[in-house]
Write a protein that binds this ligand. Structure first.
Ligand code: PLP
Length: 400
């Protein structure tokens, strides 16, 4: 049995048709398979590898922490310097109201923590989520999805979840005095990169304030420079009550977090205590990687500052007639094609040629480009040239 066969037989799968790209090694912008097959990563493992693969500063930080300690106790009991240091560093870069960080293992756990926190802090149960949002895959996070085509066999989800249409001001009336929280992404990712219109996010926040609900912003994909700002909400002049982070946070290591005021996070500590517990949340090796990632993003300020310019350049080159619309903020890009039947053959062809792009969960008409932020112009040219080859391939299929 070769590796591929063993993978399909013994590793739990998420679909009948996994990409099956065999990974031997990854560095910088590239993932390598057997025989030196090279893939230019234009997806960052879904907005994770913002500094590219195995950034040397991150690797060194991981190695240094390995020599000190790994797990010592379930989260919250021991004072671990990396956890303290990162919470201080990160919150110093945010609005002063966001002054404390609760660590989680991943994005979905951060979402679960936020839902529990908001229900407990407000004493209310109603949760509002947006249509075509994706917040993770546990039962609580799945309950936030509007479309039940993927989740119908897990129903019922958690009760009292209601949906509003993203960018629809009329729907804000559904946020009422019974609402514990509104959870939304500042830019909807899996809906195909849908940007908020005008001051939509500010209006959501205002409505939350008016009725006594908490605003939770899920920046799990948009965070850590992806959109050309450390966090997307900073460019929309809005401060959430709760900020969710993961993915790009760990430089390739699994970690997530919930940022809020210390007062709000302290809701978990009494009446009763242990509002949320996690064994591995904030694992010291992952936090060491997060510290290194943040330090690189801040000290090499051009990485974030140039994301928009690089994206403008990339987008200006994708001019084929099959491109219907490109939506983007920084290197967070959705490319809509004129015919949804083009998406799958395009993505598969381009991957075969050595460029990793990806599907969106809820937008069958678009494909995703979200490369490491360290991409240079030569690599953009290379990716664009192979994508243009992909459009030529589509021409040969006669799909229009
Ligand atoms: C916006 C958003 N929220 C939450 C999650 C869940 O994060 P994780 O897969 O780390 O649990 C994801 C994952 O793709 C996401 O895109």
């Amino acid at each position: 049995m070769n590796l591929r066969q063993a993978f399909l037989r013994h590793v739990g799968q998420t679909s009948e048709y996994p990409m099956c790209i065999e990974v031997e090694y990854a560095k910088g912008m590239y993932i390598y398979g057997p025989g030196g097959k090279q893939y230019l990563d234009m997806d960052s493992g879904i907005s994770v590898s913002s500094l590219g693969h195995r950034h040397p500063y991150v690797i060194q930080a991981i190695k240094d922490q390995l020599d000190k300690y790994l797990h010592t106790m379930v989260y919250g009991e021991h004072i671990q310097a990396p956890q303290v240091r990162y919470a201080v560093q990160l919150t110093a870069l945010l609005d002063k109201s966001l002054n404390a960080l609760y660590y989680a293992n991943c994005g979905t756990e951060a979402v679960e923590v936020a839902l529990k926190l908001c229900r407990k802090a407000t004493g209310k149960s109603k949760i509002i989520s947006c249509n075509t949002a994706y917040h993770g895959s546990t039962l609580g996070a799945e309950s936030l999805r509007s479309d039940t085509s993927y989740t119908m066999h897990f129903q019922p989800g958690i009760p009292d979840v209601h949906h509003i249409r993203f960018n629809d001001l009329d729907d804000l009336d559904k946020i009422c005095s019974k609402t514990a929280c509104v959870i939304l992404e500042p830019i909807q990712a899996e809906a195909g990169i849908r940007l908020p219109k005008g001051d939509y996010l500010k209006k959501v926040k205002q409505r939350c304030e008016d009725v006594g609900a908490l605003m939770v912003l899920d920046e799990i994909q948009t965070g850590f420079g992806r959109t050309g700002h450390l966090f997307a909400h900073q460019s929309y002049d809005v401060v959430p009550d709760v900020l969710l982070i993961a993915k790009g946070m760990g430089g390739g290591m699994p970690i997530g977090g919930v940022v809020a005021s210390k007062q709000l996070l302290d809701t978990f500590i009494k009446n009763p205590s242990l509002g949320h517990i996690t064994t591995f949340g904030g694992h010291p090796v992952c936090v060491a990687a997060a510290i290194a990632t943040l330090e690189v993003l801040i000290t090499e300020s051009s990485i974030i500052a140039e994301a928009q310019k690089k994206a403008d350049y990339l987008v200006s080159k994708l001019t084929h007639a099959f491109v219907k619309e490109i939506r983007y903020a920084g290197l967070f890009i959705g490319v809509e094609l004129v015919n949804k039947d083009m998406i799958e053959p395009f993505i598969l062809h381009v991957i075969e040629k050595g460029v990793l792009v990806d599907f969106f969960l809820f937008d069958p008409c678009s494909f995703r480009i979200a490369p490491p932020l360290i991409i240079d112009y030569h690599e953009i040219d290379k990716a664009v040239s192979l994508m243009n080859e992909g459009f030529k391939f589509l021409e040969s299929l006669d799909l229009v």
